[in-house]
Design a protein around this ligand. Structure first.
Ligand code: GAR
Length: 195
């Protein structure tokens, strides 16, 4: 099975996927492509170290959203992508992408959906919202990406962490990331099993 991973940043979730493919926890799979929305991010370095093909598709290189979406779909198709994993991809994709990969595209979100999801809820903003709401618990969610909205697709797996006194968004983010690194590879293996 060919997995393509979409990223925008440092790629600690990408690294967890690379490691779990390498140790056989995600069986019968290879990461065929790492597609980044930005150049110069550490995810691309992680991919190169693991000899995984990379491509950067950023908004500034395309006249409009349609052309950018065409490029993303072409890059995914070229690698014979069976499953798309969005692992810290910070851009809302055109609904054409989940339509092309219905049931074969998943995303990790750093909160317990349906809380703190949707447009504007990404990265540290999510953890700021959790603290502002006074939640005593947070976590991460792996869900299917659908064409109806942002962070709206069916939930596959969740993992929970406590919110502790004195947490800052950065501290909470690190605690949630430890759960992400466990559940994203688990969910990837689960989804692949069903394909
Ligand atoms: C992760 O916390 C991921 O859940 C979040 O960005 C971080 C990326 O970290 N994704 C979103 O907020 C998407 N809405 P990483 O680059 O180290 O994997």
């Amino acid at each position: 099975m060919n997995i393509s991973v979409m990223v925008s940043g440092g790629g600690t979730n990408l690294q967890a996927l690379i490691d779990r493919v390498a140790d056989g926890s995600i069986p019968d799979a290879r990461i065929a492509l790492v597609l980044s929305s930005r150049d110069g991010v550490y995810s691309l370095e992680r991919a190169r170290k693991a000899s995984i093909k990379t491509v950067v598709i950023s908004k500034k290189d395309y006249p409009d959203e349609e052309a950018k979406t065409d490029a993303i779909l072409a890059a995914l198709a070229e690698e014979g992508t069976d499953l798309v994993v969005m692992a810290g991809y910070m851009i809302i994709v055109s609904p054409r992408i989940p339509r092309a990969y219905a049931g074969r595209i998943i995303n990790i979100h750093p909160a317990l959906l349906p809380r703190h999801g949707g447009p504007g809820y990404y990265g540290l903003h999510v953890h700021e919202a959790v603290l502002a709401a006074g939640d005593t618990e947070s976590g991460a969610t792996v869900h299917y990406v659908d064409d109806r909205g942002v962070d709206s697709g069916e939930i596959i797996l969740q993992g929970r962490v406590p919110v502790l006194d004195g947490d800052t968004p950065e501290i909470l983010q690190q605690r949630v990331l430890t759960v992400e690194h466990r559940i994203l590879p688990e969910a990837t293996a689960l989804v692949l099993q069903k394909l």
